[in-house]
Write a protein that binds this ligand. Structure first.
Ligand SMILES: O=S(=O)(c1ccc(F)cc1)C1(c2ccc(OCc3ccccc3)cc2)CCCC1
Length: 276
């Protein structure tokens, strides 16, 4: 059984054809429902975290993280990531049209898109003044993650967060952007690409509508560029995960959260014990 619990089959009432009845009213409604879902499923509000932005780890706390073993730190981050991904699954299920897709297509979109959405959401918790990111209750610099032994992935994650902050996206723009990151008809192994394309088209209309309303049409191509960076970041994450699983098979196969393995480990790697 898939760990992405609670995914419901096609619900005709939610079919996207109804959206063509009154396009403008519905595009506004589509944006409003995606913004609401984003707000309801983001782990903590940006305002709350901005208040914590100067809560940094002490030298001793940094030492403690740096003296963790590679597999301890990987497990710690995998747990944090899985926690964040749960909220993204909830967000996806509330995107109009997502639940009308087949269960396999919903899983395929989440397999490749959830990490990307987590990284976009993480950039909201990034402080560009001291290059720190919210982690474990305080703001951490890259040095905190040294024991992961994947400095290039961490540097790429930090660079991405920094570049996203530079765009100064509003929460509404982030809501529509992350919905578009998820609903991507070019993802591999989709059963009904045409159906995903129809849902994607509506979300694209929503994003361009929001950007036009904010008089920021110029952001659209920058957001498409960021989507390409996200794909390379997630390829790097999967590469590192393969490297890690070879060196620490026990941790990767029995200590990582099931949802993490479901989403990020390729089918072949899953040992018995994870049911399908
Ligand atoms: O807070 S985090 O653990 C964090 C980790 C590394 C980092 F540079 C900044 C933050 C978290 C995250 C977890 C795993 C990530 O990549 C995959 C990864 C990287 C390294 C080890 C395992 C997995 C990226 C982000 C941010 C959002 C949710 C959790």
């Amino acid at each position: 059984s898939h760990e992405l619990m609670g995914i419901h089959p096609y619900n005709p009432l939610e079919d996207t054809y109804s959206i063509y009845a009154h396009p403008l009213r519905n595009i506004d409604e589509l944006c409003a429902s995606i913004v609401r879902s984003h707000r309801e499923t983001s782990q903590c509000r940006v305002e709350e975290l901005q208040a914590l932005r100067w809560k940094l780890f002490s030298r001793e706390e940094i030492q403690a993280y740096q003296s963790k073993t590679v597999d301890e730190m990987w497990q710690h981050c995998a747990i944090q990531l899985t926690d964040a991904v749960q909220y993204v699954v909830e967000f996806a299920k509330r995107i109009p049209g997502f639940r009308m897709l087949s269960q396999n297509d919903q899983i395929a979109l989440l397999k490749t898109g959830s990490m990307e959405v987590v990284l976009v959401r993480m950039s909201r918790y990034f402080n560009t003044e001291n290059n720190t990111v919210f982690f474990d209750g305080k703001f951490a610099g890259a040095e905190v993650f040294k024991s992961l032994a994947c400095g290039d992935l961490i540097a790429a994650v930090f660079d991405f967060a920094h570049d996203m902050c530079a765009l100064k996206l509003t929460e509404q723009q982030i809501a529509l952007f992350t919905a578009l990151v998820l609903i991507n008809a070019d993802r591999p192994c989709l059963e009904d690409r045409g159906r995903v394309q129809r849902v994607q088209r509506n979300v694209e209309l929503g994003l361009t509508h929001i950007l036009h309303r904010d008089n920021q049409d110029n952001l659209l191509h920058k957001l498409y560029q960021r989507m390409a960076v996200l794909r390379s970041l997630c390829r790097l994450h999967i590469e590192k995960l393969h490297w890690f699983s070879q060196r620490y098979p026990l941790t990767a196969h029995s200590l990582f959260p099931p949802l993490y393995k479901e989403l990020f480990a390729s089918e072949g790697e899953l040992l018995p014990g994870t049911t399908h």
